[in-house]
Design a binder for this molecule. Sequence first.
Ligand code: NAD
Ligand code: TYD
Length: 379
Amino acid sequence: METYLVTGAAGFIGSNFIKYMLAKYQDIKIVVLDLLTYAGNLGTIAEDIDGKRCVFVKGDIGDRVLVDRLFDEYPFNYVVNFAAESHVDRSIENPQLFLVTNILGTQNLLDAARKAWITGKDDSGYPIWREGIRFHQVSTDEVYGSLGSEGYFTETTPLDPRSPYSASKTSADLFVKAYADTYKMPVSITRCSNNYGPYHFPEKLIPLIIKNIIEGKSLPVYGNGKNVRDWLYVEDHCKAIDLVLHKGCAGEIYNVGGHNEKQNIEIVKLTIQTIRRLMTEHPEYRKVLKKQVIGTDGQISVDWINDSLITFVKDRLGHDQRYAIDPTKITRELGWTPETTFEVGIVKTIRWYLEHQQWVEDITGGEYMKYYEKMYDNR
Ligand code: NAD
Ligand code: TYD
């Protein structure tokens, strides 16, 4: 039986990953390690934690004693490290937390794995590693910096992080590489573009826009709205990680992205149109609107859900202009291709949010409101 340590699985991508893996493989055990920061929500994975195939441990990836104890307790084959501080805007406010979690935390996991997985030494002094193990680091295209209007990030694009978030993720990647180069540790890294889908915390663009429309609030677009992101449905990212773990080569980096570049303003307008269309086709969805306007026909109106909600606000400091992934390597070597088109994925995502308002309310309590007021009131 394969045993996984999956960190950060109470967050957006990690929770989608464990749901995908538990559904796909019957004979696996997953131990989730998550600190349950503002971005982690145990409710998201409550149905998955059964104490047998999936066990939950609340704790910090940087806690040496705890992580060593987990390696003593479980015969992990895989570490999949999702745990991170993940929001660029927060990294601009408080860079040091990103260093502590993303760099020191990752290094602590690497070290615990190194101690647990080494079975001896060869004649040159290099460690001999247990069979069937892998340390996988979930990284981001943001390590490559920012593109102009042309070109794509490949795995050999020079690292050029520009935000405290991307600098911390780059440093973590370099530590993973250092453990591979120095100790010959079997590692892999995926660098994925922007994800979207269910369980995405509404501080990120797409879920924040959906939440604000439901609440009848304005839709903040940074700068001129022409920055470009390359969006991938979260399940396609999960499939890529599964493939890299089982078929990818140790020591390799794989870029993951679906050639779906869009300007932020396009994303916002498309989200407005899709919510309005869904509410027109399925009037029962209108009940979730917190701003209830009654039309002349006596029904809840959706006429106000239009582009006039968009507000251009002060730009993000050092705002990266464009990200775009070249996924040729993972497609050619491992046969990965994205399965969910953006047109399908955005509708699935919006419907999920309309049908899971309780989830949104549960994770956006008092702390979220304080964050929102701080970040957006003076923009
Ligand atoms: P998220 O913010 O939704 O979730 C992060 C999770 O990590 C939360 O559950 C949180 O409680 C946990 N966590 C934070 N600090 C911790 C600590 N010290 N110890 C244990 N757990 C801790 O993030 P996400 O969007 O799901 O991203 C997951 C990973 O994927 C991150 O490493 C991120 O850099 C990377 N990534 C994200 C995207 C994206 O579009 N969201 C794209 C590419 C890569
Ligand atoms: P985000 O979802 O924070 O992801 P990242 O910064 O990691 O790419 O932001 C996506 C894009 O949307 C980015 O260019 C910043 C922009 N943005 C807005 O215009 N308004 C917002 O309120 C947010 C959160 C982001």
